[in-house]
Design a protein around this ligand. Structure first.
Ligand code: NDP
Length: 285
């Protein structure tokens, strides 16, 4: 019920109609009996600065930030978490009595989703396909988690190389940039404990790039940041070769859970959030 006590949290994006975050967060507020409501805001790029200022003027608790604003919003904030600073991107803003604090829970959400399934990236070799915004967040989290090596494989090699240059000195993780052809190389795939798709390829059912699935170890985890009602074209052959497969729902859930706690100082009701997310995904299937 919305009444005079209700506090508002939102999500800024363009487009925004597809977002499942309101379903997930409103279920969480209900489960914890908290007087909050979470609403979508369509914010056009030219309105971003004004929309951010409105967080203060409307006394919002905070907001999530999604495509295309995650990077551009940084310059409008008062303080940043280490992750947000390292990623150069923010997905969660907390209004601390008028001071706008930006955090990035994507990478920590990704790690939490691995941990939930009993996988630790520490001292492991990882192949990260893609070099965009989500790859940055995942890469920062992997280096902070003590990965031994991350090989970034991308269509535009220069973008992968830019990530290597930026994050080479963040931790002790060895970083390398390769182009997509490398995914056919049995030696590269053979030493990987985790292969991640952080590109948008497969979102609309397109086929994935040739990849030496059979060359990976039996325990190698295939993780697609995308989520669809059915398996993505990246995960299908992995499943067929009986490798463990994870999709992007875990990351979405855990980045949301971390944001929920930042706003409410309350542990997130994960089961209620996961149920609401699954329902929302089924509805839009
Ligand atoms: P970006 O636009 O920042 O990056 C896109 C990446 O995909 C780039 O590496 C780009 O390569 C590559 N790419 C795009 N099209 C093609 C193609 N046709 N062939 C080869 N490579 C291609 O996107 P994001 O990183 O922000 O997001 C990527 C996906 O991850 C999105 O679809 C999003 O839904 C998902 N995501 C999921 C999250 C979750 O919580 N589960 C969180 C964040 C994102 P190039 O450099 O050559 O252009």
């Amino acid at each position: 019920m919305i009444d005079g006590q209700t506090r508002i949290i939102g999500i800024f994006g363009d487009p925004i109609a597809h977002t499942r975050s309101p379903a997930m967060h409103n279920a969480a507020f209900r489960a914890c009996n908290l007087p909050y409501a979470y609403v979508p805001f369509l914010v056009l790029p030219k309105e971003l600065a004004r929309a951010v200022r409105s967080i203060r003027s409307l006394n919002l608790v905070g907001v999530n930030v999604t495509v295309p604003h995650k990077e551009r919003v940084v310059r409008h904030l008062d303080a940043l978490s280490t992750e947000a600073e390292l990623c150069g991107a923010v997905n969660t803003i907390v209004n601390r009595n008028g001071e706008l604090f930006g955090d990035n829970t994507d990478g920590r959400g990704f790690l939490a989703s691995l941990q939930e399934r009993g996988f630790s990236p520490r001292r492991r070799e990882v192949i990260l396909i893609g070099a965009g915004g989500s790859a940055r967040a995942v890469l920062v989290s992997l280096t902070r988690a003590g990965c031994k090596q991350v090989t970034i494989v991308n269509r535009t090699w220069a973008n992968a190389q830019a990530l290597v240059r930026t994050y080479r000195s963040v931790g002790k993780t060895r970083l390398e940039a390769l182009s997509l052809e490398a995914l056919r190389e049995p030696e590269l795939l053979g030493s990987a404990a985790l292969v991640i798709n952080s590109t948008s390829v497969g979102l609309h059912g397109e086929s994935f790039f040739p990849l030496a699935y059979e060359a990976t170890s039996r325990t190698c985890v295939f993780y697609d940041l995308l989520y669809r009602p059915d398996l993505t074209s990246f995960l299908k052959p992995a499943k067929k070769t009986r490798r463990p497969v994870y999709d992007g729902r875990g990351m979405l859930l855990h980045q949301g859970a971390l944001a929920f706690t930042l706003w409410t100082n309350t542990p997130a009701p994960l089961a209620a959030m996961a149920r609401a997310l699954a329902q929302a995904l089924r509805r839009s299937a």
